[in-house]
Design a binder for this molecule. Structure first.
Ligand SMILES: [Zn+2]
Length: 278
């Protein structure tokens, strides 16, 4: 009987911890989004993959139009279909988006990916003077596609952040909205340099500040490196993507696909794309 009461106590403690964890998640805006707790949202009648707030039909239709094309682009570039259904939450205003995902009101974030879904803001249609509606969908869908394939293992043994963002930007055509290609080269010459890591950081992915860069420079240089990998070694790049989707360690997958280390390939990129840089 003694072990039973001990076991019983352990169960009570475990249950209390589980309840506390759920309560903590529910207290955060992102936790509620991840759990699809989204008051006011209903399925969009013309496309039930989309959730919207009635009254915002116009902005919802602008995202609904290019959705299939964005999905097709992601699947074609990554050479594999999505693994499971997902929802696209279209917020009626940028203020509403910021509040629901827990960002400050003036945030430049226009889309975000959660474990099962993506959320987008109408800011995408006027992002620093550019209409980035479809690219925003494609960028967040690229993240979702990778996450669906990597699963929980992707959190524990993740791909590097520069690769994840660079692939999203390469597929979507995003990444140069605030820092052009030339400005990214100029930043590199000044010493604002991406130093690509061969393994991601478990649980909490590295952010641009961890690389010593601003978000715009980080995105621009990450995209340029991914474009270099794809344009100069297309077959190797396809092999790398296949290995990554299969859950292989990034550093090992890279060396096997390209026949050299990430550091060596980075040097090739720097010499060809950043001429004159020491
Ligand atoms: Zn991203």
């Amino acid at each position: 009987m003694r072990w039973r009461s001990r076991g019983g106590r352990a169960m009570v403690v475990l249950a209390a911890v589980a309840v506390a964890c759920v309560a903590l998640v529910l207290l955060t805006p992102r936790g509620r989004c991840a759990l699809r707790i989204a008051p006011g949202f209903v399925p969009y009648p013309d496309d039930t993959r989309i959730y919207y707030v009635p009254g915002s039909e116009l902005v919802t239709a602008r995202f609904a139009g290019p959705l299939d094309e964005a999905i097709g682009e992601v699947e074609a570039r990554l050479g594999a279909p999505f693994r499971s259904p997902f929802r696209v939450y279209v917020c009626p205003t940028h203020e509403d988006f910021a509040r629901r995902v827990g960002e400050p009101p003036g945030t430049p974030v226009r889309g975000i990916q959660f474990p099962r879904d993506i959320w987008v803001s109408p800011l995408a249609f006027e992002f620093f003077g550019q209409d980035t509606g479809k690219p925003t969908l494609a960028h967040e869908l690229a993240h979702l596609h990778l996450r669906q394939h990597l699963g929980l293992g992707g959190r524990l043994r993740p791909i590097p952040s520069w690769f994840e963002e660079g692939v999203g930007d390469w597929i979507a055509g995003t990444g140069f909205e605030r820092v052009s290609r030339d400005e990214a080269v100029e930043a590199f010459r000044r010493g604002e340099r991406l130093v690509p890591d061969a393994l991601g950081r478990p649980l909490i992915p590295r952010r641009p500040s961890d690389y010593g860069l601003t978000w715009p420079v980080f995105h621009a240089q990450s995209r340029m490196f991914v474009e270099h990998l794809h344009s100069t070694r297309e077959e190797s790049f396809a092999v790398l993507v296949r290995s990554v989707l299969a859950g292989d360690r990034f550093d090992v997958a890279f060396r096997e696909a390209f026949g050299r280390s990430l550091e060596d390939e980075w040097q090739v990129f720097v010499e060809s794309t950043m001429p004159g840089s020491p």
